[in-house]
Write a protein that binds this ligand. Sequence first.
Ligand code: SF4
Ligand code: SF4
Length: 448
Amino acid sequence: MDLIQRIFEAGVIGAGGAGFPTHIKLNSEAEILIVNGAECEPLLETDKFLMRAHSRKIVRAMEEVGNHIKAKKLIIGLKRKYKEEIKELKKAIEDLDSRVELFLLDNFYPAGDEQILVYEVTKRSIPAGGIPLDVGVVVSNAGTMMNIYEAINDKSVTYKYVSIIGEVKKPSIIKVPIGISIDKCIEGAGGAKIEDYSVILGGPMMGKIINRCEVKNEVITKTLGGIILVPQNHYIVKRKEAPIKHIVNRAKSACIQCSMCTDLCPRYLIGHRLRPHRIMRAVSFSEINQEVLKEALICCECGICELYACPMGLSPRTINVYLKNEFRKNKVRYKKQDIKTTAKEIREYRKIPVSRLISRIDLTEYIGEKINGPYDIEALEVKIPLNQHIGKPASPVIKVGDRVSRGQIIGKVDMGDFGANIHSSINGIVYEVGENIVIKSEENEVIL
Ligand code: SF4
Ligand code: SF4
């Protein structure tokens, strides 16, 4: 079986982002392979852990992928401040006599945004609406490389390393089966320290907020690497929970068109025609300009405009997300820019230092906490979504009552499909088949 077939069989998707099927991404040739080890979302520790503890696996997988895509250069982009990780990776590169190189980044946000990382490493701006391959690059993250290593060794994607931090008794890295509930993960980190908490799934800038009642229903997927507990009345929760109508009304009454949101927008700064202040003007003053509104489609949702830049506390990012959904519903797409994209000269001076960002979003108290683990957390029950990736959901190939084992395929797509296979993450009996497959361990009582 060749590399792409193995990756396809194992159900590998991008472990850190939208969940792009990896067998499709790697079915190409590129001059440079970049592994994203920037982990720029404040507080998260997962990729750093992987680069320390599994450096050899990452380097080996990079060699395999690099040979497959015929890359001339294999580069891991990570921050200069990750001293331990740099040491471990250098050791692995030397021991394995590998051609992998390290590229050291400053500590700014969003250094890990795919397009920003490509610019930092290569000084090539990906055209707006384009992909790294447009400038001869393939980007994958450290977690994806780990999963590729496992796939090469015939292991499918059944578990995930997750950082669980914030208001938990034991901030930790945990290794959990895909489909385990968030409340079991919180238990695994010693439980919550406070009664009234909300949970950020992912990083504080781009993650999704859920409340306490939802932690039993939400589960770990192949793309979710962070759980952060914060007080229910935390600044980030309040900002992210505001309804869109309220956000638009506030924009109408308070946007002073200062353009700070645009001046600090990282995508604007690498040369994209994305001007959140113009979008805000169009929305606020009903200046119906489709071309300006369509700029929202190239927003990466990094959150700088709303959580850092805007002096009036407005939410251009949320408005962009709303517009993107509306455009998608109407099947409107962004036409890739074909003119040469050039970064703004001022860009270097407008990078957002992570320490300043952390203090702006009120997370300083969680910095420097001891991270425990890694701990293995087992589950007696998992709820595995058939759609953890972008593209077509997998089709179930099991039925209620079937006995399944860890690693067994339970949801399938065809090799030509834009999608990914799904596997059972525990041994057990299938209890429910729908959008999610519920599997209970035989140690758990199963009533069919
Ligand atoms: S930074 Fe805020 S006030 Fe200024 S233009 Fe952007 S949305 Fe309006
Ligand atoms: S979220 Fe705001 S700052 Fe980030 S890319 Fe979108 S418009 Fe730019």
